[in-house]
Design a protein around this ligand. Structure first.
Ligand code: NAD
Length: 255
């Protein structure tokens, strides 16, 4: 079960903490992987590492800015030329900041929605055609507990993630009878560079509210991505799945 030989996965934000873990996990199960990231050098480096570990398979590292449609189209074209058209897309590019709404500029609001909501749409829009034509595909988007619960200081981030949830629920219905599943992973708190900006006090307050008593490890995300990408997950679509260590409403997030 869960073998991915012959699959071609494109991961946006693939050079990030969770992106890297998913790239390694998908490659480990047999998929060819394209790492796409605003940090083109880091994407190429990871693709090179994967190629070193999995001889005879194809990997690509491409620079892609998910907020720029031409950049997405060009990068997907380069991936298709090197690997063939992706049949798994993981939209994991993301940024985060903490800023109260009363201090938030319209530019900050727009920039957050551009990466998360527009970026997810563009990655999906530019990859899903060949999946539908071939009758098999897996779309894996990234939401957050911020969407499911709300987080003070991250209204723009949470709004972007809420939009992704609605995109997933709607788009999954459009394609459910054509072999393409569309789901979102809504993580709780994971060890990744995204949380580097959080103060030690915030990290320990958050951890105290995770029943599992710790942040998630990126390899735990890898295993979930493998499952969602697999043939075995064919009947799972339109879902927002939250690996979060039992995390529920957290008073400290509103402090
Ligand atoms: N780590 C967590 O605790 C957590 C919790 C909930 C949701 N998430 C979501 O998971 C996803 C992955 O997060 P992560 O923890 O790996 O973050 P990360 O910061 O480690 O990685 C994000 C990656 O996205 C890339 N990126 C940013 N803007 C981009 C753009 N415009 N175009 C292309 N690439 C861009 C960055 O270069 C980086 O490599 C994000 O969508 C994030 O919102 C993470």
């Amino acid at each position: 079960m869960f073998r991915l030989e012959g699959r071609r996965a494109l991961i946006t934000g693939g050079a990030g903490g969770l992106g890297r873990a998913m790239a390694e996990a998908l490659a480990g199960q047999g998929a060819d992987v394209a790492v796409a990231d605003r940090q083109g050098g880091a994407a190429a480096e990871l693709a090179g590492e994967l190629a070193g570990r999995h001889a005879g398979r194809s990997f690509a590292g491409v620079e892609m800015d998910v907020t720029d449609e031409q950049s997405v189209a060009d990068a997907v074209g380069r991936v298709a030329a090197q690997l063939g058209p992706p049949d798994v897309v993981v939209a994991a590019a993301g940024i985060a900041e903490v800023v109260p709404v009363e201090e938030m500029s319209y530019g900050q609001w727009r920039a957050m929605l551009a990466v998360h909501l527009d970026g997810t749409f563009l990655a999906v829009r530019h990859t899903v055609g060949p999946m539908l034509a071939g009758g098999w595909g897996r779309v894996i988007c990234f939401s957050s507990v911020a969407s499911l619960q709300g987080v003070a200081g991250q209204a723009h981030y949470a709004a972007g993630k809420g939009g992704i949830d609605a995109l997933v629920r709607s788009f999954s219905r459009e394609v459910a009878d054509r072999g393409v599943t569309v789901n979102a992973i809504a993580p709780g708190y994971f060890e990744s560079p995204l949380n580097d900006l959080a103060s030690p006090e915030r990290i320990s307050a958050l951890t105290a509210n995770v029943p599992a008593g710790r942040f998630g490890r990126p390899d735990e995300m890898g295993a979930l991505a493998v499952y969602l990408a697999s043939d075995e997950a064919a009947y799972l679509t339109g879902q927002i799945i939250s690996p979060n260590g039992g995390f529920a409403y957290c008073r400290h997030l509103d402090d």
